[in-house]
Design a protein around this ligand. Structure first.
Ligand SMILES: NC(=O)c1ccc[n+]([C@@H]2O[C@H](COP(=O)([O-])OP(=O)(O)OC[C@H]3O[C@@H](n4cnc5c(N)ncnc54)[C@H](OP(=O)(O)O)[C@@H]3O)[C@@H](O)[C@H]2O)c1
Length: 287
């Protein structure tokens, strides 16, 4: 991976931080994106120390804010002249209804709109970089997910887990719809399920009695059956780096293999309707 530059979102913790470590060990230049500068700098210095790779940089952005996503892309392009891999990894589940700085339901803003807008804003530099890849971290939690075009923000009856599942289905439908558009530009785009991973996922919900109960139960489940972050990062690191997937686009991977996603995820009419609503929400028209 020497000579390649990789941007990883949600790099301050969990699977993202571990992906940075594994990709830096392969010799790539890494750009870590997170909202907490101190946490990102700590990951960067640990990675430099353990891998001996000093080409590890930090950019700060709250990825639930569309202005911050735009600013991130502008800053990235002013500092780096290529982008070999965009690893859209930042994501979370919000038990209680919350809104982003733009007044958009937080799960939709962070997990879906951020992937869509950041990819769009970096398309020019991705196109200029031969063999560029976009890798979207989705989840098998997409399987019960639904797309309600009349209420994408789930404002009628909010369910934290339900909206998380919906957002992960959106990651997959975005991947499939973007692959239809990006083929001619030489950019591949794939998505994946990392497994059930012992990361910090869910810990943001620890306030209030229900939140504490949820986090306690989730931590217990992780102890019983989750895989390590090292194993959890394997499929996204594979998609970011392996020559085996050069030129492969528009697939959902699990355990480093292309697998079938839910039947609904292949509904291209629904996928295109989601695409149009997403464009309207973030204020872009994707050529
Ligand atoms: N863990 C699992 O079992 C599992 C299973 C399937 C899919 N996934 C997916 O894997 C991805 C990574 O999750 P993880 O398990 O590694 O969880 P994690 O340990 O909680 O890490 C999430 C990362 O996203 C960042 N993030 C959250 N909100 C952000 C915001 N507004 N702006 C910028 N960064 C933000 C976090 O930053 P802070 O450090 O500042 O919080 C952290 O770096 C997610 O897309 C998740 O949906 C996870």
């Amino acid at each position: 991976m020497k000579g390649k530059t990789i941007l990883v979102t949600g790099a301050s913790a969990g699977i993202g931080a571990e992906s940075v470590k594994q990709l830096a060990a392969m010799g790539a230049q890494l750009v870590l994106v997170g909202r907490n500068e101190a946490k990102c700098q700590k990951v960067a210095s640990d990675v430099k120390r353990t891998t001996g790779n000093d080409a590890v940089h930090v950019l700060v952005a709250d990825l639930s804010s569309m202005a911050a996503v735009r600013q991130l892309a502008t800053t990235y392009k002013s500092r780096f002249d290529r982008l070999d891999v965009l690893l859209n990894n930042a994501g979370a589940m919000f038990l209680k209804y919350e809104e982003s700085p733009d007044g958009i339901e937080q799960t939709l803003a962070l997990n879906h709109l951020n992937y869509f807008l950041l990819t769009h804003e970096l398309l020019d530099i991705l196109t200029q970089t031969q063999g560029a890849r976009v890798v979207n971290v989705a989840s098998d939690a997409h399987r019960p997910g639904k797309i309600d075009l009349s209420d994408l923000q789930m404002r009628q009856t909010y369910s934290g887990w339900g909206q998380y599942c919906n957002s992960k289905l959106m990651n997959i439908m975005f991947t499939y719809a973007a692959a239809r558009r990006l083929g001619g530009k030489g950019i591949t785009i794939n998505c994946l399920h990392p497994g059930f991973v012992a990361s910090d996922f869910g810990d943001n919900n620890a306030s209030g009695a229900i939140g504490k109960l949820f986090v306690g139960a989730w931590r217990f489940a992780k102890k019983l059956s989750a895989i390590s972050v090292e194993k959890g990062a394997a499929t996204q690191v594979y998609l970011a780096s392996s020559p085996e997937v050069a030129g492969i686009s528009g697939h959902y991977f699990s355990n480093r293999k292309a697998v079938k996603s839910s039947a609904l995820s292949y509904d291209n009419v629904l996928g295109e309707a989601l695409w149009s609503q997403t464009e309207a929400l973030v204020g872009v028209e994707w050529a």
